[in-house]
Design a protein around this ligand. Structure first.
Ligand SMILES: [Zn+2]
Length: 312
């Protein structure tokens, strides 16, 4: 059977500079199949991770605060201990002891002796109290961390990074889940199509000479063949202009859009939400076109990229 290949269309849109550098980004970013990612379980993990982070950072700052506070207290205690003069007390004791010895050799009365002995016992008691206080002030109170276990800043930082990693994982999973299947992607037109012009450099189809950059993929198909949305998304443009003819742009995420041009008629309007493979219009040859075909464009972060990467 003879294949009907339409002459490739030329559109002004295709003359603008293009780049294929970020084409692989699509596959990298959207390669996880939605059903293999349990978003709910991930969210639960994230919530636990936030809790762990909260507890660790609380403990870290509490320990740091208390250790600093105890450090200050210990310095203060040592200063107080330094003020306790036990030497004066000991000299007094020596004097009382000498006095008692002397009293034995002189004829002191029992009353006099008992009085000095009382003074002596008082001084001993005073000295003991001073010694105990000094010892107490000199001994450091153990740090908070010695009683409760330590937490390093690295542990706190690690827990925070884990929450960031989980958030990114959830973000990617949600994006991937939102736009529909990627692997084994179906045609953007119902039924078979012929690729008549690829992305990149080509001979100018109007003048037949010179090189122009083609910013998309041309797919020849019979008139009024349904054109399908490649992924779920929001229609951000459904309009006509002299180069693209009737065209639709669908945003699948903030950084990923697809363009469908030269359609005979449109089946969607601006701000419509479309599901993957919904019919958005019908193949035509409107605008700057020389035959029935769909011009498919892919934009990643605003850069025109090769749509063929999606069908590999
Ligand atoms: Zn084209």
């Amino acid at each position: 059977m003879k294949k009907i290949i339409f002459i490739t269309a030329f559109i002004l849109f295709g003359c603008v500079s293009v780049s294929a550098a970020t084409s692989d980004d699509i596959l990298e970013k959207y390669s996880i199949k939605p059903k293999t990612v349990d978003v709910e379980a991930l969210k639960e993990k994230l919530s636990q991770s936030y809790k762990d982070y909260g507890e660790l950072s609380d403990k870290y700052y509490k320990i740091t605060y208390l250790n600093n506070a105890e450090e200050l207290t210990n310095v203060k205690r040592e200063r107080e201990a330094g003020k306790i003069d036990t030497e004066k007390c000991m000299l007094e004791l020596k004097r009382l002891s000498d006095c008692l010895d002397a009293m034995v050799n002189v004829d002191a009365t029992l009353e006099e002796l008992e009085d000095v002995e009382d003074q002596y016992r008082e001084k001993v008691k005073e000295l003991n109290e001073l010694m105990t206080l000094k010892e107490m002030l000199n001994s450091k109170v153990p740090h908070f961390s010695e009683n409760t276990g330590n937490v390093s800043y690295d542990e706190v930082d690690g827990a925070l990074k884990e929450t960031e990693r989980l958030k990114a994982e959830i973000g990617n999973a949600v994006i991937k889940e939102d736009i529909g299947e990627l692997n084994g992607l179906k045609s953007p037109t119902q039924g078979l199509f012929n690729i008549t012009s690829k992305f990149g450099n080509r001979t100018d189809p109007i003048t037949g000479s010179g090189i122009e950059r083609h910013s998309g993929l041309d797919l020849a198909a019979p008139k009024d063949t349904p054109v399908l949305a490649l992924f779920k998304g929001t229609v951000i443009a459904a309009d006509y202009n002299s180069s693209l003819g009737n065209y639709v742009i669908i945003a699948h995420s903030s950084e990923f859009q697809t363009l469908y041009a030269h359609m005979n008629s449109l089946n969607v309007k601006k701000n419509d939400t479309v599901n993957q493979y919904d019919t958005i219009g019908f193949v035509g040859t409107t605008g700057s076109s020389t035959g029935y075909h769909l011009h498919l464009g892919v934009y990643i972060n605003g850069v025109k990229s090769d749509p063929e990467v999606l069908f590999k």
